[in-house]
Write a protein that binds this ligand. Structure first.
Ligand code: HMG
Ligand code: MG
Length: 297
């Protein structure tokens, strides 16, 4: 039973740009402002993390202060700790996300602590965010495999999801960080998680490294998942790592949803125009297949 309506969470300005070559703040602001007019209802626009770890996101506060906010659009950001949360609140962020992992090794590489310690550190962040009126989304990385450990147990994913929900996250986004998952593995993982967190509280977040993202999204839709993370132009992926690629392209997701008769509220041709704009600024080819095939305006 496919959902009638799907919410797309556009993560290009954050997940995409965090691993692209740095572009000017003005170009980032233009990207968020343009995305705001495509019908998207949520744009993850930056992150409040250590600038030593992710220099591309260092000006997120400035970005949030300068974007033109569109009514009905939620502008969210990642915050790993209280320093990040306070900076996000000061910049008037609408919603935050914390980001845990189902892989010990990835947790240490990404946020410099174990899974258990990360959950301990997230707890006050969630508490204070909720007290400040900010909804909190929870990410889990490496839900279908880890770049360092390979196989990840779906029970581990389910347990982390349960803990993030108990902490107060209204939604859990299941990340295939390295894009290794395939459709039946996706279904098995979602079924395991849904023992603890109901499907209407789940989102999926696929990177397209192995070209499996759309197939995996379709598998998730069949289980009733109705929130999909994606990045315009398939932004992301390290230009220095062979084969690495970004999130599934938002344009490709919208095209598939249109074909399935599932409403997303997003205008495909406007989205394609935004993807072409940012690809040109990044001096890279557009990572969306649909954008490449679409007749030029
Ligand atoms: P650390 O070095 O262990 O922490 O980093 P620390 O607390 O010892 O702090 C070190 C320095 O960073 C200090 O400054 C802090 O003040 C500063 P110093 O005294 O050295 O000058 N600092 C901060 N500065 C700004 N904002 C902050 C902040 N926190 C500390 N919030 C930390 C720990 C978590 C901060 C670090 O590891 C970090 O920032 N990691 C973020 C990594 C990241 O952003 N990764 C990408 C996002 S996750 C992702 O992409 C996956 C996802 O898309 C899902 C999927 O695909 O699966 C979500
Ligand atoms: Mg990601």
């Amino acid at each position: 039973q496919l959902p009638e309506r799907v919410k797309i969470v556009e993560v290009g300005p954050r997940d995409g740009l965090q691993s692209e070559v740095a572009i000017s703040l003005n170009d980032k602001i233009s990207l968020v402002n343009m995305l705001s007019h495509t019908g998207l209802s949520m744009i993850e626009s930056g992150s409040f993390v250590s600038p030593k770890w992710i220099p591309q996101m260092a000006n997120s506060g400035e970005l949030f202060r300068r974007i033109k906010r569109t009514k009905g659009v939620t502008y969210s950001a990642l915050t790993p700790n209280l320093i990040g949360l306070n900076a996000a609140i000061a910049a008037n962020v609408d919603e935050i996300a914390i980001f845990g992992s189902a892989s010990e090794s990835f947790s240490r590489k990404n946020i410099n602590c174990s899974i258990t310690d990360s959950l301990r550190q997230f707890s006050p962040v969630v508490k204070q965010a909720l007290a400040a009126g900010l909804p909190v989304r929870g990410y889990i990385s490496c839900t279908l495999g880890c770049p360092y450990e390979g196989y990840i147990s779906i029970n581990k994913v389910a347990k982390v999801a349960q803990q993030l929900q108990q902490m107060g996250c209204y939604q859990i986004s299941l990340g295939d960080t390295v894009g290794v998952g395939t459709p039946e593995a996706t279904k098995a993982m979602i079924n395991a998680v849904s023992q603890y967190v109901s499907v209407d509280k789940l989102a999926v977040h696929f990177h397209d490294t192995y070209g499996q993202a759309l197939a995996n999204i379709y598998a998730a839709l069949q289980l009733g998942v109705s929130v999909i993370d994606s990045a315009v132009a398939g932004l992301g992926g390290c230009p220095y790592a062979q084969g690495a690629s970004g999130n599934v392209a938002s344009e490709d997701v919208v095209y598939m949803l249109n074909g399935l008769g599932i409403e997303s509220g997003v205008d495909l041709s406007e989205l394609i125009a935004v993807g072409n704009f940012i690809s040109e600024r990044l001096k890279r080819s557009n990572g969306s297949k649909v954008a490449q095939a679409y007749p030029a305006a």
